[in-house]
Design a protein around this ligand. Structure first.
Ligand code: FE2
Length: 152
């Protein structure tokens, strides 16, 4: 009986240790952060099949349009938070919480959006030359980080 009790105790301790061992690395790898008591998903996402993106993927993919340029070399860049006419929702618990714009891999703009407040699109005059690559990154608090690029 004593030997059996000892195995029971070892077994429980083993389960407890393995539980701790499993949970600690997964917590360390998590990129999620908390903001206003909401979980913010920071997982990098991609369209699975670029030939036929889903409505969910289009809703999270920023759409980049180049409009008119001025005489000083600045071009109006319009960014939709969602592609092909689909606009990402803005709710108290689900919204695009930030957007970053890169020109040739250099960060040129970074904007945070408060929950439930901003929806739709942004416009910036960005100094661009032919061949410059604009990358837009947006973060959905629930569905992660999405990017798109366009070459001027
Ligand atoms: Fe979302």
């Amino acid at each position: 009986m004593k030997r059996r009790d000892a195995f029971k105790k070892i077994g429980l301790a083993g389960i407890a240790l393995s539980t701790i061992g499993i949970s600690l690395p997964s917590m360390a790898q998590s990129q999620d952060i908390a903001k206003d008591n909401l979980i913010i998903n920071r997982q990098k996402m991609k369209i699975a099949n670029t030939e036929s993106p889903t409505e969910f993927e289009l809703k999270h993919t920023p759409e980049i349009s180049f409009l008119e340029s001025d005489e000083k070399g600045f071009t109006l860049v319009k960014i939709h938070m969602g592609s092909q006419g689909i606009v990402h929702p803005t709710l108290e618990n689900h919204w695009i919480d930030y957007m970053k714009i890169y020109k040739n891999d250099k960060l040129v703009a970074s904007t945070e959006f408060e929950k439930g407040s901003i929806r739709g699109f942004s416009e910036y005059f960005i100094k661009l030359e032919k061949g410059n690559v604009v990358l837009v990154e947006i973060g959905c608090n629930l569905h992660g980080i999405w990017t798109n690029t366009a070459t001027f």
